[in-house]
Structure formats: C-alpha cells, structure tokens
Design a protein around this ligand. Structure first.
Ligand code: NAD
Ligand code: GLY
Length: 359
C-alpha cells in the first residue's frame, strides 16, 4: 500500500492507495474519532461494497444512507434529506460521514459534511478511477443547481482518502476510460516522465493491471496533492487541473449532459487544447499525435460525432469558471509536462481547432 500526504497544515490528510485497502479495518478506524457514523452511498456501489464497509463500523452507532445512482443525486434536495436523517438520529458535531462511491457521492457527502453543524469529519472511499485520482482529493465539494453544475459548494477537506484498486474491477469499461482521461491530464500538465510512462503502459491500464493502476493512481494523487498544497482555493496554479475542461464542459453542455461521460469530454477537450497549442506555435505538432494516440488507446472518443455546433461551443465556453470580464482563459501546453494559463490566442485559431474536432 502507498500513502500520500496532502500537506495542508492542520487540514493535512493521507491518501491510502493499493489492493485490499478496504480489508484493513484499522486504516479507516484510525480516522473515525466518534461513536456516530453515517455511510452515504448509492444503490449500485452498495450492492458490491457496502457490507465490507459496514463491517468496519459495526462496533459503532452507525447508519447507512443509500441514494439512487446518477448525477441527479448531487442535489440540494438530497443534501437536506441527509441532514434530516442526521438530525433525526441526533448526530452530534463529532460524528463522521463516510462517502462510499464515485465523484457524485463524494461531492455530495463532502458538502453535507461541510454544512452539517458548520462542519463535521468525513472520510472518502472513492470507488471510480475518476474519484480515486481526482474528485476525492483536494476538497472541492458541491451539489448542482438547475442552472449550473457544481454551483453550490465549498472547499472542505476529508480526514482521509482510502482508494482500493480492487474495487475498479467492477467498474464499467467506459467509466475506467473516463478516469484515465484525468490520469493522462496530470502527465500533460506537469509530469513529463509520467506521461512517457503512460504512453508505455496505457494498454496495461485498460486491462486493469493492478500494479500499473496503483502506480498511475499514486502519481496522479502526488501531482494533485502538490498543486492543492500550493493553491488550495484555486487563486492561480490550481486552474491547471482544468486542462481540457473548458472545451470539455462546452461539449457536455452542448450534449445536454447526455451521451458522453465527463471524462470522455475532458479527453476530447485535452485534444482541442493541445491542437490549439500547436496552432499558436507553443508546442511541436508531433506532441499532438502523441496525445491523440494515448487518448484513443485509453478508449476515449477523439471527435464529437453528435450535433454540437461551433457557435454553441463558443457560447458555452464563455460561462467557464475561469472566464473573467468576458475573457475566456484557457489552459494550454508549453510542452508535454508543462501547462500555462492564457487568454493570448486568436479567435481564428480557436475556431479552426473546434471545427477540426466537431463532425
Ligand atoms: P459517478 O459517481 O456517477 O460514478 C460513475 C458510475 O460508476 C455510477 O454509475 C456509479 O454508480 C458507478 N460505480 C461507482 N463505483 C463503482 C464500482 N466500483 N463498480 C461499479 N460501478 C461503480 O461518477 P464519477 O465519474 O466517479 O464522478 C463524477 C462526478 O464527480 C461529477 O459530479 C463531477 O462533477 C465530480 N467531480 C468532482 C471533482 C472534484 O474535484 N470534487 C473532480 C472531478 C469530478
Ligand atoms: N478537479 C479539479 C480540481 O480539483 O481543482
């Protein structure tokens, strides 16, 4: 098992990564400092892993809240329902919440933990690759509003993250590929050696080789932990973690959040960002072929086949969180392993890039 520390002074916490971490009762109990525990999960994950987690806390006063699967679960209505359950059961400020699931459950449970009695402890047990390498780490918690995704939330760090690579065996192929998009992101934005390793090992990752997955999750979490330690609340550097996301969100919005998973849109968005970097003369063209090749091998789409228009893409990009005074800032590449944030690009180059990937 590997342990990575997210260094945030008194809010620091460990990320445990490896096979069978969910068989280690001591690991989780070290981070539960109370008698009252609420496990929050969904109906898909519960079938596979709830019993295992319940066994850890059976000596405590624990309860379980099982939500329906899907992005719609990340709602204010569910936040209120969970808080009602905590109040009905007289949970105190010293209780601990356990988020058992993917990013949806992690984001919602984290935000409940941030809100309940102005903040209680929570532990993340991420069960998707995306959650293990991204959403469970770094303290972004949120629910969606009808007018915008993740529009109600808080920065709130967990007590620990327990990432068991064994749970990835039940993950559907598309979900694994979606997680790989975020893994590839770390190589591209700040870790050239990791990107080279990924080029050599992408097939093993798709085949769910345990050693390869553990290494990829570890390097991803190291990269994310370093960025978060430097810029927890995204006043600057942390924005590089959104590489490919401005294009990706525009695709997701264009598809009304149907057809494509978030990671699939991010994968194609990273291609667009790399293509634009080439057009602007920031990087050599052969790097674009490398990115295209790894995205394809990861099982991710490289073209938007559905009906999203250039005008929709440009419009959707304007509502990005990085937009300031109407200017859309983009994360681009100076080289493989080195990202920059910039608004210094021509609308012609941007248009050519988007048109290339829309069909
Ligand atoms: P998800 O939580 O919906 O999980 C994807 C699917 O896999 C679901 O159907 C889920 O039930 C299923 N599943 C989960 N674990 C499984 C397992 N081990 N075996 C079989 N099935 C399993 O989606 P996700 O991709 O994990 O997360 C997406 C969410 O994360 C979005 O809401 C996004 O906004 C958020 N997110 C947050 C951050 C952050 O920094 N907080 C970063 C990226 C994404
Ligand atoms: N997923 C982007 C971030 O955590 O900042």
């Amino acid at each position: 098992m590997k342990t990575i520390n997210v260094a945030l002074a008194e809010r620091s916490y460990p990320i445990y990564i490896g096979g069978k971490t969910l068989d280690n009762s001591e690991l989780i109990n070290k981070h539960i400092n109370s008698q009252q525990v609420l496990i929050v999960t969904n109906d898909v994950v519960a079938k596979h892993y709830l019993e295992k987690v319940e066994r850890f806390v059976e000596h405590l006063d624990y309860d379980t809240y099982i939500l329906p699967d899907g992005e719609k679960t990340k709602s204010l209505a569910n936040l209120e329902l969970i808080i009602s359950r905590l109040l009905e059961n007289k949970y105190s400020r010293t209780c601990t919440l356990i988020a058992l699931g993917g990013g949806v459950i992690g984001d919602l449970t984290g935000f409940v933990a941030a809100c309940y009695q102005r903040g209680v402890n929570f532990v993340q047990i991420p069960t998707t690759l995306l959650a293990q390498v991204d959403s469970s780490v770094g303290g972004k918690t949120a629910v969606n509003h009808a007018l915008g995704k993740n529009m109600i939330g808080a920065f709130y760090q967990p007590q620990a993250v327990i990432a068991d690579t064994d749970v990835l065996h039940t993950l559907p192929d598309r979900e694994l590929s979606a997680g790989l998009a975020e893994v590839i992101k770390y190589g591209l934005i700040r870790d050239e050696l990791f990107f080279i390793w990924l080029e050599e090992n992408i097939e093993k990752l798709v085949q769910r080789d345990e050693a390869a997955l553990t290494y990829a999750i570890e390097r991803s979490c190291i990269n994310k932990a370093e960025v978060v330690a430097e810029d927890e609340r995204e006043s600057g550097l942390r924005a590089i973690l959104n590489f490919g996301h401005t294009f990706g969100h525009a695709i997701e919005t264009g598809l009304s959040y149907q057809h494509w998973l978030h990671g699939e849109a991010v994968g194609c968005g990273m291609l667009m960002a790399t293509d634009l970097s080439v057009r602007l003369g920031l990087i050599e063209e052969d790097n674009l072929y490398r990115v295209e090749s790894i995205i394809e091998k990861a099982g991710l789409p490289t073209k938007v086949h559905q009906s999203v228009t250039l005008e929709q893409m440009l419009e959707n990009m304007k509502v990005d969180k990085k937009a300031k005074d109407g200017v859309v800032y983009l994360i681009l590449l100076n080289s493989v392993g080195n990202a920059l944030i910039t608004a210094d690009y021509s609308s012609e180059a941007l248009t050519e890039t988007i048109e290339k990937y829309l069909q």
